[in-house]
Design a protein around this ligand. Structure first.
Ligand code: MLT
Length: 209
């Protein structure tokens, strides 16, 4: 069931009392749900609020955040529409749950990282930062956005059969040319998340909390 804010989702308020605590926007991979990354979110930032939507596109029954034509080949028109929908959902959720929209930090895996990348490129106001695990170039916009040092971590695997080293570098370059402050952390493995990803992301996130 899609709720009044537009996405089936979980929201958990921050456990810290102080103001300015960020909200982690958790974006699952293909076949995931809004429950998948809740534990990851707690490991990354135990005190942060959490907003975790379920992707609305179904690929043979598997939830995703946008359509693809084949593996790694995206339906760009759908991606643009879904990116706008997700940005509007974040704004609606911020008003509804009373969190600061500029303090939203995405943490996305695979398909979730790709829509987070698309938010950074098409709706730069939607996120205050992003952790992209196993991300690809989602699309190249006709005009680059203007970020003011939005912090972005790309944590990709050197042996990933789905995302080449070259593609990771193209994504980092695209985001840097858009004004984002990009850190790339290389993991030795493939497409699966490892404890090193989580430790690296936790360290990267610490000064932003
Ligand atoms: C995508 O479709 O976003 C990528 O191929 C990664 C994935 O399999 O979800």
């Amino acid at each position: 069931m899609i709720d009044q804010l537009g996405f089936q989702h979980v929201y958990q308020p921050p456990t810290a009392e102080r103001s300015g605590t960020p909200t982690l926007l958790l974006l699952h991979g293909t076949g995931g749900t809004e429950m998948d990354l809740l534990q990851l979110g707690r490991m990354l930032a135990p005190e942060a609020g959490v907003l975790s939507p379920r992707g609305k596109v179904l690929e043979r029954g598997m939830p995703r955040f946008f359509r693809r034509l084949s593996e790694g080949v995206f339906d760009e028109e759908d991606l643009k529409v879904r990116t706008a929908e997700l940005a509007d959902f974040i704004a609606a959720a911020a008003a509804h749950y009373q969190f600061e929209p500029r303090r939203v930090i995405a943490a996305g895996f695979s398909n979730g990282a790709n829509i987070a990348g698309s938010l950074l490129l098409l709706r730069p106001e939607a996120l205050g930062g992003a952790i992209l695990f196993r991300a690809m170039v989602p699309l190249v916009p006709p005009a680059l956005p203007h970020h003011h040092d939005t912090p972005v971590l790309i944590s990709n695997g050197r042996q990933d059969p789905m995302v080449s080293v070259d593609e990771t570098e193209r994504l980092a370059d695209l985001l840097r040319r858009s004004g984002a402050a990009v850190t790339v952390e290389w993991q030795s493995g493939g497409h699966e998340l490892t404890p090193q990803d989580i430790n690296g992301a936790r360290r990267w996130l610490e000064p932003l909390i």
